[in-house]
Design a protein around this ligand. Structure first.
Ligand SMILES: *Cc1c(COP(=O)(O)O)cnc(C)c1O
Length: 459
């Protein structure tokens, strides 16, 4: 069995415990759909058969996109909560799970040094960023939102949804926001919010927060940190000095987005938005005739754009953080450190092998590289062939288009700096990637020998 089974037993035992909480109720007759009904089993077998049509995201040889399995405790806690199916919109719909959400979110805020905050979970990074930019637009109506040209595409689209002007800030050749270009834009005086991406989705590049904060002193803007991918690396002990300095500054932002469903070991449907100033809660004020509040305590629906939300997400997150607290030097931090180490070692091998070109050393655990060739067309075609050939050997990589200028350190490349070149990309977000690196490298080298011209001196 490749898929974990622990969840099943955990679930059975905890379900009995949960059930005992309702022992005082009169008995109800069996569930209308009897588990003995043979159609249930038949449908489940059909579902399982259909689900086989997936890449093996859970396996270390899946080293492609941003995908990793939830922790078994998250899976079990989520499933257990669905027996209650709480709704974290209002306390009436999810009393226990709302309390767990407040605790879990406070622990995330504390990871960035915030003792006080306003925040909640939501569907994902897109929704979380939407809320942060919506609040920015409410505080600075009509002013511009700016984010780097390597930021997630969602910022441009969200700004359009909110009907706020948006502009892209150029990046340096490592995919980080160019702060002198940012300063020129700020000097115009129409920027209301700067989005700093702490870990771009494409290459894990980290915008230089200390410099951006210096600009904030001079120009005054709202600083929103999109740490949907990278946020948890705040706990990692093996970042380079510059990256560390940026992560240490995240707490000085006005708002932060982090996705527990990326590096936080959660099933999809779990994003988180945090505001430093609890007063922004007033912006969310609504008078819904549908929501009947039975207590004066904070209902999460009062500080959230989404209405109904799965309490199960909060239960799963709380359980995971209970098992693996968000502390430096802890078990969870060690997982991020392992991913990071895998990327560093992978980068070292690539840099020492004549088959490959490495644009820059990874800042987190995402690595971008390309087969050595001269033109954009050649590099792109070879990347595609490596990608296809690797998949046939069960090694699943990803592809990404980056500007040719990312390879500025390579001589003899022909093309314009902004030409988009297709490269290979690996998100090494499973800690097991560190121990599997030798095997990954072996397969990749074999594939490269078949596809790429010329010998490699380092093997
Ligand atoms: C993934 C990601 C998003 C979007 O989040 P979803 O959870 O996919 O909606 C936004 N910003 C960054 C930096 C991301 O990595």
């Amino acid at each position: 069995m490749h898929l974990e089974e622990t969840t099943l037993q955990l679930l059975k035992d905890s379900l009995k415990q949960l059930d005992s909480g309702f022992a005082a109720l009169p008995a109800i007759s069996e569930n209308p759909t009897s588990p003995q009904d043979p159609r249930l089993a038949a449908v489940m077998v059909e579902v399982a058969s259909k689900l086989k049509d997936n890449y093996p995201y859970f396996h270390p040889l899946y080293a492609g996109q941003m995908l990793k399995p939830p922790h078994p405790i998250a899976r079990a806690a989520y499933a257990l909560a669905t027996w209650i199916n709480p709704n974290n919109h209002a306390l009436d719909g999810g009393r226990a799970s709302s309390a767990l959400e407040k605790e879990a979110v406070a622990q995330i805020a504390a990871m960035f040094g915030w003792q006080q905050h306003l925040g909640h979970l939501c569907g994902g990074g897109t929704m979380a960023n939407l809320e942060a930019l919506w609040v920015a637009g409410q505080l600075h109506p009509g002013k511009k939102i700016v984010a780097s040209d390597q930021s997630h595409y969602t910022h441009k689209r969200i700004s359009a949804v909110l009907q706020l002007p948006f502009a892209q800030v150029p990046t340096d050749n490592c995919g980080r926001m160019d702060t002198s270009a940012l300063e020129k834009m700020l000097a115009v005086g129409d920027v209301g919010c700067v989005v700093a991406t702490e870990g771009t989705t494409g290459s894990g590049s980290v915008d230089p927060l200390p410099e951006i904060l210096r600009l904030r002193e001079r120009y005054g803007f709202l600083l929103h940190v999109d740490a949907a991918y990278g946020g948890y690396f705040a706990l990692a002990s093996n970042l380079v000095t510059e990256t560390r300095a940026s992560f240490d500054s995240i707490g000085r932002a006005d708002s932060i987005v982090i996705d527990p469903h990326k590096h936080g070991l959660q099933p999809y449907g779990c994003g988180c938005v945090l505001f430093r100033d609890p007063q922004v809660g007033a912006i969310y004020k609504h008078e819904s005739p549908y929501t009947y509040f039975t207590s004066s305590d904070l209902h999460l629906g009062e500080i959230s754009l989404e209405c109904s939300r799965p309490g199960a997400s909060a239960v799963a997150l709380w359980a995971t953080q209970r098992l693996l607290p968000l502390v430096r030097g802890g078990e969870f931090a060690a997982m991020l450190e392992a991913s990071r180490e895998a990327a560093v070692r992978f980068a070292e091998r690539l840099a020492g092998d004549a088959h490959w070109m490495l644009p820059f050393v990874p800042e987190l655990d995402i690595i971008v590289w390309a087969p050595r060739a001269k033109t954009v067309a050649e590099i792109s075609a070879l990347s595609q062939r490596i990608f296809d050939a690797a998949a046939k050997q069960n090694l699943h990589l990803a592809l990404i288009r980056v500007p040719l200028r990312f390879f500025a350190a390579q001589r003899n490349l022909t093309g314009a700096p902004e030409d988009a070149v297709l490269c290979l990309r690996s998100v090494l977000m499973k800690p097991e990637h560190r121990d599997w690196l030798d095997r990954i490298w072996k397969i990749l080298s074999k594939v490269a020998d078949g596809v790429l011209p010329g010998p490699s001196p380092n093997r």
